[in-house]
Design a protein around this ligand. Structure first.
Ligand SMILES: [Zn+2]
Length: 471
């Protein structure tokens, strides 16, 4: 018997974790963190719904926190199997997990000070830096795109490019027990085709029996990349002419590098000054940019040729500000600079200092290039707040506010549908990783129209996979 179950991203977006089991092998695909508000994040402390000590192998699709963020916890609860991922995913996962572990420890220290005053017992961190370092030791030799590797008894995995972030993959799993064999394609997160740095999502090596598919944007399409670059460059040029600063809240992986590349395009076209001062004010984004340079195998061939001539992530006026003092020095710049900093949703990090120094200034602008969840500072500004609180201070919003949505790293609805059409006629598609009421339902309605059988697995719900009989 071959069984499938979802232990995260089941009828929700975050916490991706899926499991396939036979008598001989127990395979996990991803083990991500639940994110977004206290209620959802409490799920991180819950039982996985399986015994971590029995997992043979974990196949990691990519390094976003909602796909790898519970790995140190998996180790803490006894997982000692192997982790298989591409080289770039391994490098980025190290960066992301050490950062997450540092934040977990910091949160726990803060809670400890609070409970110390109130006399309650102190909560332990979900995991610490030691757990993150230990889980990094479980990574196997990196897997290349297209390589078919035996990852557990009777189980082979082939990673194909998902075009979502550097190193990201869809994973084609072939698994057999005594009587049957089944193939399952895990989409991972699928990229938005037509972006400049990464290849478009690749088709699976063969038509799979089952597909486990993300539905983040199952209900809508994005604007094309090129139109978004023009919008960005125009907003930066207009701010520059007015003498203000441009503040771009940005995510450290992929988005920051794509914005640098878009600015490079603007400079090459003569639409922006050649020596435009650009500050990448995020230690994590700076490290991620280094990983981009080290992994040309994960980039589009055309862009690699361009990198060899004139590295588009080396803008003439680009400065990396890793140290806090360097970051603070940016506050003295009254105009003419472009500042990229995190966090993308402005919930913390250095971006809040830059907003404090620029939001009140009508000559400056703030450009949002990513997803902003309800309740975050980014969402409030996008929705037209006229005043916001920053560091216990009221700040007026007088800067120009732009929202550009074409930089999404995710496939839109039509692109998800086109990708699935390349998978032949699977027995069933399991819809995961989406807003239950929006992306998932809308995409399910499309599949009904296309005559494709689908199911939305509940958390932990065991599902039998019927395959072909072995000869
Ligand atoms: Zn992702």
């Amino acid at each position: 018997m071959i069984r499938f179950s979802s232990h995260g991203a089941a009828k929700q977006v975050t916490g991706s974790c899926h499991r396939v089991e036979t008598q001989r092998a127990r395979v996990l695909v991803d083990c991500g963190l639940f994110q977004g508000g206290r209620e959802i994040e409490e799920e991180n402390t819950a039982d996985f719904g399986f015994d971590a000590t029995t997992v043979d192998v974990l196949l990691l699709t990519h390094a976003h926190l909602d796909h790898c963020g519970r790995l140190p916890l998996l180790h803490k609860r006894g997982f000692r199997g192997r982790i298989v991922a591409t080289a770039a995913t391994r490098e980025l996962a190290r960066l992301v997990l050490l950062d997450a572990a540092g934040l977990q420890e910091e949160d726990a220290r803060r809670a400890e000070r609070r409970t110390h005053r109130s006399g309650e017992p102190a909560p332990a961190p979900l995991y610490g830096i030691t757990d993150a370092l230990r889980v990094m030791d479980l990574f196997d030799a990196p897997v290349a795109y297209g390589e078919r590797r035996e990852v557990a008894p009777g189980c082979h995995a082939t990673f194909v490019n998902a075009g979502h972030i550097l190193g990201s993959a869809s994973v084609f799993v072939e698994i057999e027990d005594a009587a049957e064999r089944v193939s399952v394609l895990f989409s991972g997160d699928l990229g938005h085709p037509g972006r400049p740095l990464l290849d478009d999502p690749a088709p699976p090596p063969r038509a799979p029996d089952y597909v486990v598919m993300e539905t983040t944007y199952g209900d809508r399409d994005h604007r094309p990349w090129d139109a978004s670059v023009i919008e960005l460059v125009e907003a930066v040029a207009a701010t520059h002419r007015r003498g203000g600063n441009v503040v771009i809240p940005t995510f450290a992986l992929e988005r920051a590098q794509e914005i640098l590349y878009a600015l490079h395009r603007g400079i090459a076209r003569g639409a922006l000054p050649a020596h435009l001062p650009v500050f990448l004010d995020s230690p994590m984004a700076i490290s991620a940019t280094g990983i981009f340079r080290d992994h040309p195998e994960a980039l589009r061939a055309a862009v690699v040729a361009e990198f060899n001539r004139d590295h588009p992530l080396d803008l003439p006026g680009l400065r990396f500000t890793r140290e806090t003092a360097e970051s603070m020095a940016i506050n003295a710049i009254r105009g003419g600079a472009v500042i990229l900093a995190g966090s993308g949703m402005c919930t913390g990090g250095r971006i809040r200092h830059h907003l404090r120094h620029n939001l009140w200034n009508p000559a400056s602008s703030v450009i949002f290039v990513g997803y902003a969840a309800a309740g975050t500072l980014a969402r409030r500004i996008i929705d037209g707040a006229t005043r916001v609180r920053l560091f216990n201070e009221e700040v007026q919003v007088q800067a120009a506010i732009h929202t550009i949505n074409g930089f999404s790293a995710h496939a839109g609805q039509s692109q998800l549908r086109a990708w699935l059409a390349r998978c032949g006629q699977p027995h069933r598609v399991f819809l995961v990783h989406g807003d239950y009421d929006r992306g998932m339902q809308a995409f399910a309605a499309l599949l009904d129209r296309d005559g494709i059988a689908w199911q939305m697995p509940g958390a932990g719900e065991p599902i039998l996979l019927g395959g072909q009989r072995r000869d």
